[in-house]
Design a protein around this ligand. Structure first.
Ligand code: SAM
Length: 383
């Protein structure tokens, strides 16, 4: 009742013919007759159905979200119910009854890793894949370049005098945030440089680190780094969300630097970047440019060291709760949930439960509607 409808997102994905046809072609090239396949993050099931068309004997379609209902619908409608088996859960929680020949997944995102694809594929490879099995995509390349952004997209909103207020105290958090943006070709200040390539059949862990060197191709103001990817799905089949020549619709990443730097053509931008499975990112940027004031050959180096670890003003009470030594105590809301779980005996209706909750925990719920909403949420998770 309260879950967001995933259909518009999947509409957008399936309308992207560049992405979807690339997967269809790769799957028809890699999946063999009688193969067993697992689809990690199946969504509408489209990649599972491509595997059926390619001759798979069995496809396990795993999807954590309610999008799986859309996949079930399409599966029946297209006559694949004998081949496809569904699991609604995070792939990391699923056990399969047999090993698979092929893993298929599109859980990538703007700079390749934000969707958790690396962790998903490492786990699936280790627990599901037969020795010598195949993975689609085979590899993903992370690419960066310095970018110049217009006012609405750079950090200048966080300034001392904006709308008569001083917003500058949030700038340090903004400068450590990884944004999702639609970059335009004109934003890019140099030829893109490759940061790292991850080969999914060989990679050994979720930590990725890479270095890249870019040389500014034109004068401009650098506001940070753009990040995107190229995915190689199968021999001869790849796609990219490069803003310079995109073949898919995914937006790109923006990793800002604390303050803008004026660049002249020929200046060097050295990038060191690392990430833990696309969850946290650290980007160190060193800009070496000629002194703007004169013709002297002296070089000025500006350094930035930023990380999504510092992208939000975390409240000390929240941090305290993560300490191993913390001794938690149930909150009033927690007591209400515990009480509710104790009376889910199959003999009370949802409205009985909401009324009972209001009677005992009226201090937690301002209205009957809020108590009912709480009951429905607990039921969805636990009953
Ligand atoms: C980009 S969509 C791709 C959907 C579909 N495979 C397609 O190609 O159109 C990624 C989907 O993966 C799901 N997902 C991401 N990580 C997952 C995981 N570890 N286990 C199960 N589902 C996951 C998301 O909920 C989302 O529906």
């Amino acid at each position: 009742v309260f879950t967001e409808n995933p259909l518009p997102f999947h509409h957008w994905l399936l309308a992207d013919a560049g992405r979807t046809l690339a997967y269809r072609n790769a799957i028809s090239q890699i999946v063999q007759n009688n193969d067993v396949v697992v689809d990690i993050g199946a969504g509408t099931g489209i990649l599972s159905f491509f595997a059926c068309l390619a001759g798979a004997r069995k496809v396990y379609a795993i999807e954590r979200s309610s999008a799986l209902q859309l996949a079930r619908e399409l599966c029946t409608h297209n006559g694949f119910t004998r081949t496809v088996e569904f699991r609604q859960d995070r792939s990391q929680n699923v056990k399969l009854p047999e090993p698979v020949d092929v893993i298929i997944s599109d859980t990538g995102a703007s700079c390749g890793l934000q969707g958790g694809m690396l962790g998903n594929l490492l786990d699936a490879r280790q627990r599901f894949l037969k020795p010598g099995g195949r993975i689609i995509p085979r590899s993903i390349q992370l690419i960066v370049a310095p970018v110049e952004l217009d006012d609405g997209r750079n950090l200048d909103v966080w300034e001392k005098n904006r709308y008569g207020l001083d917003l500058s105290s949030l700038r340090r958090f903004a400068a450590n945030t990884n944004y999702l943006l639609n970059l335009k070709p004109g934003d890019v200040l140099s030829s893109p440089a490759s940061l790292a390539t991850i080969h999914f059949e060989e990679v050994s862990g979720p930590y990725v680190a890479g270095e890249a060197l870019s040389v500014a191709a034109r004068d401009g103001v650098m506001h940070g780094l753009g990040g995107w990817m190229q995915a190689d799905l199968a021999p001869g089949i790849s796609f990219t969300n490069s803003p310079l020549s995109p073949t898919i619709q995914w937006a790109q990443s923006f990793f800002p630097i604390e303050r803008p730097v004026e660049l002249r053509a020929g200046d060097c931008i050295h990038v060191n970047m690392r990430t833990n499975n696309g969850v946290e990112w650290r980007w160190q940027v060193e800009v070496t440019n000629r002194s703007v004031s004169g013709e002297s050959p002296s070089r000025i180096t500006t350094r930035f060291d930023q990380s999504t670890m510092w992208d939000f003003p975390v409240a000390p009470e929240q941090l305290k709760k993560q300490l191993p030594s913390y001794m938690p105590k149930l909150s009033r809301k927690g007591e209400a949930e515990l009480y509710l779980l104790g009376v889910l005996d199959g003999r009370r209706t949802t409205s009985d439960l909401a009324a009972e909750l209001l009677e005992h925990f009226g201090d937690c719920f301002p209205s009957n509607a809020s108590a009912s909403k709480f009951v429905i949420e607990v039921i969805a998770r636990c009953a």
